[in-house]
Design a protein around this ligand. Structure first.
Ligand SMILES: Cc1cc2nc3c(=O)[nH]c(=O)nc-3n(C[C@H](O)[C@H](O)[C@H](O)COP(=O)(O)O)c2cc1C
Length: 211
């Protein structure tokens, strides 16, 4: 099982990264409990540290069956995305959506959309990756995470994947605020443990389309 954890906040060591790291801690602990016998590879990528552009809408992926832009999305992220069995995205809410880094990341799935729907090609490794979201915002907005979830569902569809749920927290604003809620971090850590040892239907995720 290959798990790709993507972090999309410009703020390093901020709330969404602390949450993601708790999840990764749970994954690693569970792997150690099994004496590292399980075939699990976990990788974390911070999008702001990579160099890639949003989709240019050039139509290149409809002329050739891959993106024509030669950058870190194509050369670093694409092979990791195709290898992933679980694709986790952690982002703060910026103006009721994900950050611009995550938007650029999502847009580049357009070439995968074209692979699937224009070129009618299967997933290159015949995988059906599962997708999980971690997100948080400063306010208490009732529909704070709705747009993000809707986008991610369509993004995952482009790689024959399925959104399975996420963890979402409100009233988290200043850097490190999430540390005042150890129960949130515990939930992320426990989720990491469950993913290694339990079937997906039992993972403690919020599966609501508008949590
Ligand atoms: C540009 C910008 C836009 C934001 N927009 C929202 C918003 O629409 N709703 C909200 O609840 N919080 C909003 N926030 C607050 C962040 O979601 C919040 O501070 C979060 O904890 C940041 O997480 P991080 O430390 O992982 O970057 C915004 C913050 C910034 C910088």
């Amino acid at each position: 099982m290959y798990i790709l954890a993507v972090h999309g906040s410009p703020r390093k060591n901020g709330n969404s990264e602390i949450l993601l790291d708790s999840f990764i801690k749970g994954l690693s602990q569970s792997k150690e409990d099994k004496n590292n016998l399980t075939e699990i590879k976990i990788e974390k990528i911070r999008l702001p540290e990579l160099n890639f552009s949003p989709c240019r809408e050039c139509g290149g992926c409809e002329i050739k069956e891959e993106c024509v832009l030669e950058d870190d999305f194509k050369n670093i992220l694409t092979p990791k995305i195709f290898s992933s069995d679980l694709l986790v995205v952690s982002t703060p809410i910026f103006f009721y959506s994900h950050t611009a880094y995550v938007q650029a990341f999502f847009e580049r799935f357009q070439a995968f959309w074209a692979r699937k729907y224009v070129w009618k090609l299967p997933h290159p490794l015949n995988k059906k990756p599962k997708g999980i979201l971690f997100s948080l915002g400063a306010t208490k907005g009732a529909k704070l995470f709705e747009g993000l979830i809707r986008s991610y569902r369509y993004v995952l569809d482009a790689i024959y994947g399925n959104y399975v749920g996420g963890l979402f927290f409100r009233s988290i604003e200043k850097k490190g605020d999430i540390l005042n809620f150890p129960e949130y971090l515990e939930r992320a850590q426990n989720l990491g443990k469950e993913i290694i040892s339990l079937p997906e239907e039992t993972w403690s995720l919020n599966r609501d389309p508008c949590p």
